[in-house]
Design a protein around this ligand. Structure first.
Ligand SMILES: [Zn+2]
Length: 474
């Protein structure tokens, strides 16, 4: 039985420190030690491009330790402790497994031999591991600094997004897909669903591809690079390359709420699908068919609590009658929509204002010095919340009609137009269970409070039967 030799050469970018040596040099040093100690060499494992931060079992090293534990090997020889690994904790765990199995870990260059284990030699092993870990972290930092220098030159640090190519200098340049990107943002801002957009825009992108385009901030010219100081919170580099859409176009496309795809034909026969909600849980109610011929329809809560339902024939005439009254009385919310309003433009401007305020505050270094860190952070949070509030408001504001749509009376609207009109005027219709005295409420877009909707009773036409009138009079 003999020793195994473990050599590790990590990626070129990660090389550094005095211990760097080729795999052959590492093996030669280990063999020299075995020769001198009169020990046999069994296996030689050479790992290339494997990070020393990984646990032993995530590397070939794990197999060599298993051989020690199985009594198939006397131990592991490395040239330096940092070849064994570059993580203090993982190194200690792997080391102790070898020792616990009665094996030896040898690091030839520093003369470390776990056979001489005592408080002092253990400390030396830990210190060497700590140095190895620090070296790994420094390597990473210098790679990051290199990346930042490249980014400052305008190099894009990730694969080019759809609609761009990288030129010879690594900078993004719009390609033939750029017009498709603009079209995607334009359609999305009009409220078109992702699947529809994928069908309509030259067929190269899938539904999720379209979704990724809409969400990608690269299209306003931004680049995001990881910030080593703040994990999961990338640093934003504005004006990194030529944008394909404006900030306002990006916000408009991202403010659209997702609509659940319509799976059955029933919803197509209703006017208020999507705005009728369960009064208990707030979930959007679905249209279900019932009756022998499945020709009757009901709004039912199927997503949330399942606690309410009401037939479409009861919900819609009552709500639409309320709307007719509002139109006749030129109620402000309805009139605004009919006459064209600028709530949407205003909401969009509010988002931009909030974002500008946030950016200005964030960039104000003097302010940070005056306020102190904790007050500065509190102010930052307030401004971030303001942006989120403005974005939520934008999402709730009815979208403007696409340019060029004709003006017409309510009667001229076809079904699809009517539906769109209702969605722009009515924020939501709430259905409550039978136990409630008022089962229907509705809220106009932009209104704070909801109003009660009375059940609709068709007005009986006046009896125009002269004989009956006469008999009654008699
Ligand atoms: Zn419910």
């Amino acid at each position: 039985m003999g020793f195994d030799i473990y050599c590790r050469v990590s990626e070129v970018g990660g090389r550094g420190g005095e211990s760097f040596a080729s795999s052959e040099e590492q093996e030669a040093a280990a063999r020299a030690w075995a020769e001198q100690a009169g020990e046999e060499v069994d296996e030689v494992v050479e790992e290339l491009d494997v990070s020393g931060s990984l646990a032993a079992d995530a590397r070939e090293l794990g197999r060599l330790i298993h051989r020690v534990e199985a009594g198939e090997s006397e131990g592991v020889i490395v040239r330096y402790v940092d070849r064994f690994g570059r993580d203090m904790v993982e190194n200690a765990l792997a080391h102790d497994r070898i020792v616990a199995a009665g094996g030896r870990l040898i690091a030839t260059a520093s003369g470390y031999d776990s056979a001489n284990l005592n408080a002092d030699t253990r400390m030396i092993f830990h210190i060497q591991s700590a140095i190895a870990q620090a070296q790994r972290e420094r390597n990473r930092e210098s790679r990051m600094a290199g990346k930042e220098r490249a980014v400052a030159r305008g190099v894009y640090g990730a694969p080019a997004p759809f609609g761009y190519d990288r030129d010879d200098d690594g900078r993004l340049q719009p390609n033939r897909g750029a017009d498709s990107v603009r079209e995607i943002f334009r359609l999305r801002a009009e409220g078109v669903g992702f699947s529809d957009i994928a069908r309509r825009v030259d067929g190269v992108l899938t539904r999720s591809g379209v979704r990724r385009v809409v969400m990608n901030r690269a299209y306003v010219g931004e680049q995001r690079i990881p910030d080593p100081a703040k994990k999961g919170n990338p640093r934003v580099i504005p004006k990194s390359h030529q944008p394909l859409v404006t900030e306002a176009e990006w916000e408009a496309a991202n403010a659209v709420k997702g609509h659940a795809p319509t799976h059955n034909g029933l919803a197509a026969k209703t006017y208020l699908k999507g705005i009728v909600r369960c009064g208990i849980c707030g979930g959007t109610m679905h249209v279900c068919a019932y009756g022998k011929a499945r020709d009757k329809m009901t709004y039912a809560c199927t997503s949330g609590c399942g606690g309410t339902s009401m037939s479409v024939a009861k919900v819609e005439p009552a709500v639409l009658y309320q709307l007719d009254l509002a139109v006749a009385q030129r109620a402000p919310q309805v009139a605004a929509v009919i006459e064209g309003d600028n709530r949407y433009a205003d909401a969009l401007a509010s988002v931009e204002d909030a974002k500008a305020a946030l950016a200005e505050y964030r960039d104000n270094i003097e302010l940070q010095q005056v306020l102190g860190v904790s007050d500065f952070i509190a102010g930052l949070r307030t401004r971030k919340e303001a942006v989120e509030t403005a974005r939520r408001a934008l999402r709730d504001v009815p979208r403007p009609e696409p340019v060029g749509s004709r003006k017409m009376t309510l009667e001229e609207f076809d079904v699809e137009d009517r539906r769109r009109f209702y969605q722009r005027v009515i924020a939501e219709v709430l259905v409550f269970p039978r136990s409630e005295p008022q089962r229907l409420r509705m809220r106009w877009q932009g209104a704070e409070n909801s109003i009660v909707v009375q059940p609709f009773k068709p007005v009986k036409l006046a009896q125009a039967d002269p004989i009956a009138e006469l008999q009654k009079a008699a």
